[in-house]
Design a protein around this ligand. Sequence first.
Ligand code: SAM
Length: 176
Amino acid sequence: MKVYVLRIGHRPERDKRITTHVGLTARAFGASGFILSPCDEKIIEKIKDVEKRWGKLLEMVDCTNSPISYIKKWKERGVVVHLTMYGININDVINNIKDISKDVLVIVGAEKVPREYYELADFNIAIGNQPHSEVAALAVFLDRLFEGRELEREPKNPQLKILPTPKGKRVISFEH
Ligand code: SAM
């Protein structure tokens, strides 16, 4: 199963930082792709720049100005999970998600999410039924799904690589 993350309701004038963090969280926690709606070239460039410097983990970084059509099309090939505090608690549904053999599109919102998304989703899942953040929700969902294995992936062709150290910072730089 591959997981792709669709960030909907992005407001370019106020969400740049948090939407960038959604994209970087998707990348670092095991997603294979990140799709932004509506399009904002600055965010797409930022995610691609991190991929270039720290190595390739994402198969695709894309955007759409028609998220509903995008989701309807996706449903021909895979399953849709919508992360919302109103959904079923992840503890009660994660084993069903792990059993899915198709690809999964995970939707995270920004402002109020219109009802249509709840209806299009195959699963509306809550990371606990309290309000918090799309970044936290996505990180917990992906880490529960991949059981921590996503943190051991090696990015392809990095320019920079961290050498883990108990104190200080050690980074190797590759010429290419
Ligand atoms: N009030 C908004 C709504 O109607 O959905 C929620 C806004 S919240 C700041 C932004 C996003 O964070 C949500 O769309 C959802 O994807 C995610 N989120 C926040 N709390 C969550 C929770 N407890 N479980 C799952 N996702 C959550």
